[in-house]
Ligand binder design. Structure first.
Ligand code: ZN
Length: 210
């Protein structure tokens, strides 16, 4: 399922209310980080093994877009993106706080094994149509996050142009586009489910290692 995925880019602090809930400043340019492809795991209803004993693991529900061709300046989002999915940018939040204090890179907090559970991809309806629907994350059947791509600080075109210019962008790259407010900790046994509108796109049960 993930064989064709190349680079995984993630946008941090792309929804105002989420930046504020963590006490972070709203950025004046897109803030990017990456995850290894080994972070990917299917939200296919099964269990996802995550590191236990390393502090809180926060869920961040995000829209994920897939790039279908080599980027060239001037290309529009709707020409470049062929599919989208929903995903979780899982974060070892306590580890991240320590890394931030020390000025260290985020990889240990953001790029650990299975830190990127995602649903299957669906055909991309266009950036404008995307805003007509809301995505939600349910934890144990209770909605904990709700977002709409229309609320992103940096829209898809801005993110894509910025990413391409600084890091390169081509076929098989995917982007996690940021999370709305409501992030929180996942515990062993929690059921996490992502929905597009009323439609369930994927779910998993969290298992923390000893
Ligand atoms: Zn995120």
């Amino acid at each position: 399922m993930f064989q064709s995925i190349r680079n995984i880019y993630c946008i941090g602090r792309n929804y105002r209310a989420h930046a504020e809930e963590l006490g972070n400043a709203v950025p004046d340019a897109p803030m990017l980080f990456g995850k290894p492809t080994h972070s990917l795991v299917a939200m296919d209803g099964g269990e996802v093994m995550l590191p236990g004993g390393r502090g809180d693991i926060h869920y961040e529900a995000e829209v994920v877009v897939r790039i279908s061709r080599a980027y060239e300046p001037g290309m529009k989002v709707d020409e470049l993106i062929d599919a989208y999915a929903l995903g979780l940018d899982l974060t070892l939040r306590d580890v991240q706080s320590e890394l931030k204090k020390k000025g260290h890179p985020w990889l240990a907090a953001k790029g650990f094994l299975h830190s990127a559970p995602i649903t299957g991809f669906r055909p991309f309806p266009g950036a404008a149509a995307l805003q007509a629907e809301t995505f939600t994350l349910l934890k144990n059947e209770v909605v904990v996050q709700r977002g709409n791509t229309g609320s992103m600080i940096f829209d898809l075109q801005t993110i894509i142009d910025f990413t391409a210019r600084h890091f390169g962008l081509g076929e098989g790259d995917i982007l996690f586009t940021g999370t709305p407010e409501g992030v929180g900790a996942a515990s062993d046994g929690d059921r996490l489910e992502l929905k597009w509108g009323n439609e369930s796109w994927g779910a998993c049960t969290v298992r923390l290692s000893d």
